[in-house]
Design a protein around this ligand. Structure first.
Ligand code: GLC
Length: 722
């Protein structure tokens, strides 16, 4: 490790080009291409070949060997012998893939998130990664947006908890450990607020709403020690984040005092011209550098213009040196000056990745993230079932790892058919695809075979959903139903055999209103990752008991989007039943206001009975606390886990308040027929909100505490904050 003094001395003897090189990040293929004529990515990017030897960082390389090759080549040519830093998107696994973050959030299990992330960190570090562009903690309320799959949904509390858990797991106690990675919180800020749920679209959100919902999770991650942060592509209230002075200077620098490294998103500095807030790259580079963006990913603004800007006096050498020092400090903290490979090797990569214990953890995670949305009792299935029909495009599909699966491969995934055949070797398992999962599929020729298979089976499992590339970056949908002919297939097959259950694969809340009534059960697997099929089998046959709860509302209709549980009342709250339109009230003709499945919903094979809810006082003082106790019994013969959720409603305040807000939760394990009392502590700080003046306050008055899940509470107790 170098001392601060040694780093300072290193910087003092660097040339301007060498310093600027430390602020630039190019894809690996830009380097590997330079062995020939500067064509391909380097030329397309505008990267000057003579500049490449001083570039200090890369991303999207392929494994330990390529990282080592690029590193060696760089060090051979760098007179300062400053190692490059290699980054990648290790979103939910490196090679062993666990469920998408929207699923991991549904586990309500912080320890599971830490365990899986630590596994990913070990695999990724062995594979040459030194910093991961995670956690993504964007707040999202609109299921049309494809990147909801990367979030933990519509509750900032959960996003912050799961984001901080990832930071701890990636970074460990020592960044220089060969199992640890640096982290990069993203996308700062409010990328999930894209208008109409259309990726990269404009974002207009009041400061109050930003501070209340969109910013807290980023701050929780910085408080957990994140080493980097990435401004988002979107314009925020008129100015793209990377050039947004309010966001980058007032909030990130002045209020939060962030002293790590800020890296632009991919070509985001170049995109300032496309946003139309400047007509040239030099100006764009100046805006971003002025806003404290230290590293430029995959555009050439800094390479091309930063030297000129400094020579023109727009910026000082001290400002440049500050940016360089932050980058060198990160490299030093990662131990790269001592080991430029950070412990990576292809041998270690091969030994660590996809190990049996990693696969076992991925299966456990997929079991704990799954959400049982509906069950008329058809699940769990009897393991003695003789004839099982798996019908639908996901019946024997390996593409279930999700969009952001890093180095994970579909071929490594266990399909539903493989999982069930392994668990029930004596069963006769018939697989019929019936139709594709594509939105424009018109070919119903597979329906007849599907119906025939359903008629001949004891049990039918409908395996449907959206393709894994219908969510993730750039993949927004204006219609969030089951794509293509799947709804028709579900209805025809369900009509042929009432003993059916639906297995769902999705990267977002889908509109299931048209199929929900046709099937006996719906088990949502999200995109479960490498062991998806084995987890699905164990859940379907009761080897595992579903315990997940959705953290994002499932709309009844896409026209309800954005729909979210923590909404204010309005002055015209609907009083009529869901399906009855009420004129002059806030509601729709032909569709209710409630989602099909509300935030916090998820069934179990156990039967959890909420028997009592007590608070030890109906008055709370600013420095006091209320103890709330919830008595829950597992009234079944099956062990299971329940997420006990505590909500609050601030009945009257100087700004409108949500009718329900999750303030605490506990996932508890229950033996058969076990009763537990779950205890929560309610303090004044848990009641604070941003008032109309954007002051973070609590206000005296009446509050309700509720137990259950959004829109469905078993108990309510009132107390007064004095
Ligand atoms: C992408 C994404 C960002 C990712 C980066 C590097 O465009 O917006 O999440 O970390 O580029 O792959």
């Amino acid at each position: 490790m170098k001392t601060q003094k040694e780093l300072r001395a290193l910087i003092d003897q660097m040339t301007m080009e060498e310093k600027i090189g430390q602020l630039v990040q190019y894809n690996a293929n830009v380097f590997t291409d330079t062995s020939q004529e500067a064509t391909g990515p380097a030329a397309e990017l505008g990267a000057k070949p003579e500049f490449l030897p001083v570039v200090g960082s890369s991303l999207n390389f392929q494994g330990a060997d390529e990282m080592i090759r690029i590193q060696d080549e760089h060090l051979a040519g760098d007179r300062n012998k400053i190692p490059m830093i290699f980054m990648m998107d290790v979103i939910h696994g490196f090679r062993t893939i666990f469920p998408i973050p929207l699923g991991m959030g549904a586990s309500f299990d912080e320890k599971l998130v830490e365990e899986c992330t630590r596994m990913a960190s070990k695999e990724a570090a062995a594979g040459g990664v030194q910093v991961s562009f995670t956690p993504m903690v964007d707040y999202a309320r609109d299921a049309r947006w494809g990147r909801v799959m990367e979030t933990c949904g519509e509750e900032p509390l959960i996003n912050g908890i799961m984001g901080a858990a990832q930071i701890r797991a990636f970074q460990g106690d020592d960044l220089s450990s060969p199992d640890s990675l640096g982290t990069c919180v993203k996308h700062f800020a409010a990328y999930g607020g894209a208008e109409a749920g259309r990726d990269y679209n404009t974002v207009e959100i009041s400061e109050r709403l930003l501070r209340e919902y969109y910013l807290p999770a980023y701050k929780a991650c910085l408080d957990a020690g994140a080493t980097m942060i990435m401004p988002s592509f979107n314009s925020l209230n008129g100015v793209p984040s990377v050039a947004n002075k309010w966001l980058m200077k007032k909030v990130l620098r002045d209020e939060w005092g962030f002293d790590g490294v800020v890296i632009s998103d991919y070509y985001a500095i170049g995109e300032l011209v496309l946003h139309g807030i400047t007509d040239n790259l030099k100006d764009a580079a100046a805006m971003a550098f002025d806003c404290g963006c230290h590293m430029e990913m995959m555009s050439v603004g800094y390479q091309s213009h930063l030297k000129e800007l400094i020579e023109e006096g727009k910026f000082t050498v001290e400002q440049l040196d500050d940016a360089v020092m932050r980058v060198l400090k990160l490299k030093n903290d990662l131990g790269l000056f001592d080991d430029p490979y950070h412990g990576a090797s292809s041998a270690k990569e091969a030994a660590v990745c996809l190990s049996p214990e990693h696969r076992a953890l991925a299966k456990k995670a997929a079991e704990k993230c799954a959400v049982l949305l509906k069950n008329n009792g058809v699940l769990p299935l009897d393991k003695e079932t003789k004839r099982i029909a798996l019908i639908g495009p996901f019946a024997d599909e390996k593409a279930i790892k999700g969009f952001w699966a890093c180095c994970g491969e579909d071929k490594d995934c266990v399909t539903v058919a493989e999982g069930i055949r392994a668990l029930c070797p004596d069963a006769e398992v018939t697989v019929v695809k019936g139709c594709s999962a594509l939105w424009d599929d018109k070919d119903t020729s597979g329906f007849a075979e599907a119906v025939k298979a359903a008629e001949a089976a004891d049990t039918v499992i409908l395996c449907v959903g959206e393709p894994q590339n219908y969510s993730g970056e750039g993949n927004s949908r204006a219609d969030i139903g089951l794509p293509g002919l799947q709804t028709a297939l579900v209805k025809e097959v369900a009509a042929a055999n009432a003993n059916n259950a639906m297995l769902l694969f999705t990267g977002r809340p889908l509109v299931l209103t048209d199929v929900e009534k046709s099937v006996g059960a719906i088990l949502n697997m999200w995109f479960p990752g490498t062991e998806g099929g084995s987890a699905a089998a164990s859940l379907l046959f009761g080897e595992a008991n579903p315990s997940g709860k959705i953290t994002m509302s499932f709309p009844k209709a896409v026209g309800q989007c954005p729909i979210y549980y923590n909404h204010p009342s309005t002055g015209r709250a609907k009083q009529t039943p869901e399906e009855v339109h009420q004129i002059y009230a806030s509601n729709y003709i032909g569709c209710g206001n409630l989602p099909l499945y509300s935030f916090g919903h998820g069934l179990s094979y156990s039967n959890f009975v909420y028997e009592g809810f007590e608070i030890d006082s109906d008055t709370l003082t600013a420095d006091g606390k209320i103890t709330a106790t919830v008595t829950v019994t597992n009234d079944s013969d099956r062990a299971g886990e329940e997420v006990v959720q505590l909500y609050m409603h601030d009945l009257f305040a100087s700004a409108v308040r949500p009718i329900q807000q999750l303030i605490a939760f506990e996932k508890a394990a229950f033996a058969p027929h076990e009763t537990k009392t779950i205890t929560f502590e309610v303090r004044e700080d848990m009641l604070r909100f941003y008032n109309a003046e954007c002051e973070f306050v609590s206000e005296p008055g009446d509050f309700d505490l509720m137990v259950g899940y959004a829109d469905h509470f078993a108990f309510t107790k009132r107390f007064k904050l004095v």
